[in-house]
Design a protein around this ligand. Structure first.
Ligand code: LLP
Length: 426
């Protein structure tokens, strides 16, 4: 459920008409709903109630910052008690700036640089998820040389097919993530013996936009076996991080598992583990809490197919359709009830700048407003300035008020960071 609904024939974000935001902020613009973010955070946490009950411990929900790193969004979630799963120094600083306590920050990622590891140590973050022997040795050496001890888990690769888009699948043997399960005990033993590291558990994340819980349950069963094996080897295992990945509905008819289904599965899979659990949800929290609001530039007659509805948003603003062939529902802000079949495209000079092909949508004309739905996760954060288009602003709605929470960065501001060197001056 989200708060982008029609009221008297016009679409609102909570109690703010989207047409007002378009007038006052301009288009394209990302619009987020605070009430939706909060609702999703609570539903996710409530879904995990059976896990909390069974383990007697409240799990840590660490929002995957990569899904939506906007400071105001992070602040909303931090106030809901969420921590942060970060994958770069930049995300780490954002999480801290938004008020996420350092001990609720988990640092994932295969390529943490030495400087990023040091930053995590300086800020005394809650957990490093180590992805290789080499990274573990480097972190241990850094920490020990400063008399520190890094709290860490070892991320394993369970070789499970998450049955999602191949570009967002992360838990198969050929993916770059984690330590292959067959080597996990040996690597754990080596790293656990190093001063500077408190290797206290394991982490797993097999992919994103999962519409089926079965692969996760298979992966979690492998993690459970590994926890038992590591304990048999004499290690103390107190923490397991089960990652994110729960899918969301992008189009009518999609029925992803609910957080409650997920919670029941996790409670079953983790029964008897006796550990602190961490989760790293991203999309399920932010996806349906945002839309990309856009204006139709013009409608152009097609060659031998449907007309092209050319909107002022493009693949640089919302990359998912071009990058993954992803579907985003597209609805008029003031639908007339008439429908049309159209190709929805942006102004960028490549055919990949296509949001929808042969799609039945609300009838639209030049100047009309429309939204791409489910754009709150992996939307603004994946933007680029391709075609010198600048960066889209972001707005957060709260009841009947709203605030611009990220300014539009115009193309000339990006150009200001460039210079022509002396040797090219005339
Ligand atoms: N934890 C780790 C270690 C991850 O790699 C990810 C996502 C998450 C948590 C959050 O997963 P979520 O709950 O959002 O599924 N740009 C792609 C998605 C990439 C996801 C990468 N990792 C897209 O637009 O679909």
């Amino acid at each position: 459920m989200d708060h982008f609904q029609l009221k008297n024939g016009a679409m609102y974000a909570e109690d703010v008409p989207l047409s007002r935001i378009a007038e006052e902020v301009g288009t394209p613009v990302y619009v987020y709903s605070r009430a939706t973010l909060e609702r999703h955070a609570r539903v996710f946490r409530e879904g995990l109630a059976p896990v909390a009950e069974a383990s007697g411990r409240e799990p840590l929900c660490a929002f995957a910052v990569k899904a939506n790193p906007n400071l105001a969004v992070l602040k909303v979630l931090s106030r809901e008690g969420f921590g942060a799963d970060v994958v770069s120094g930049g995300e780490l600083v954002r999480a801290l700036t938004a008020g996420v306590p350092a001990d609720k920050i988990v640092f994932s990622g295969v390529g943490k640089t030495r400087a990023e590891l040091q930053l995590g140590l300086d800020k005394a973050i809650g957990q490093f998820n180590i992805e290789s022997t080499e990274e573990g040795r480097e972190l241990a050496e850094l920490a020990a040389s400063q008399g520190l001890e890094a709290q860490a888990t070892l991320r394993i690769n369970p070789d499970v097919d998450a049955r999602t888009h191949e570009k967002i699948s992360t838990g198969r043997a050929e993916n770059k993530f984690g330590i292959p399960l067959v080597r996990a005990r040996e690597v754990f033993a080596e790293l656990a013996a190093l001063p500077g590291l408190n290797l206290r558990g394991v982490a797993v994340h097999i992919g994103s936009q999962l519409l089926d819980l079965e692969p996760m349950e298979v992966a979690f069963a492998k993690v459970g076996q590994l926890v038992a094996d590591l304990r048999a080897d004499g290690h103390t295992i107190t923490h397991v991080d089960l990652g994110g990945g729960l899918g969301v509905p992008y189009k009518a008819g999609d029925v992803p598992p609910s957080p409650a289904d997920y919670g029941r599965m996790v409670a079953r899979a983790t029964a008897g583990w006796d550990v602190h659990l961490t989760f790293e949800p991203g999309r399920v929290i932010a996806g349906n809490a945002g839309v990309l609001l856009t204006r139709v530039v013009r409608v152009k007659r097609g060659g031998n197919g449907p007309p092209f509805v050319i909107v002022d948003a493009a693949m640089n603003d919302l990359a998912r359709p071009a990058m993954y062939g992803a579907w985003h529902d597209f609805d008029a802000v003031a639908p007339t009830g008439d429908r049309m079949v159209a190709n929805i495209v942006g102004p960028i000079c490549e055919t990949g700048d296509t949001f929808a092909t042969d799609r039945e949508v609300d009838a639209l004309q030049s100047g009309d407003l429309a939204v791409f739905r489910t754009a709150g996760a992996y939307g603004a954060t994946m933007a680029s300035s391709y075609n010198s288009r600048g960066f889209v602003p972001e707005v957060l709605v709260d009841g009947d008020k709203y605030a611009v929470v990220a300014d539009r960065i115009p193309a000339d501001a990006i150009m200001d960071a460039e210079r022509v060197p002396d040797f090219l001056q005339d």
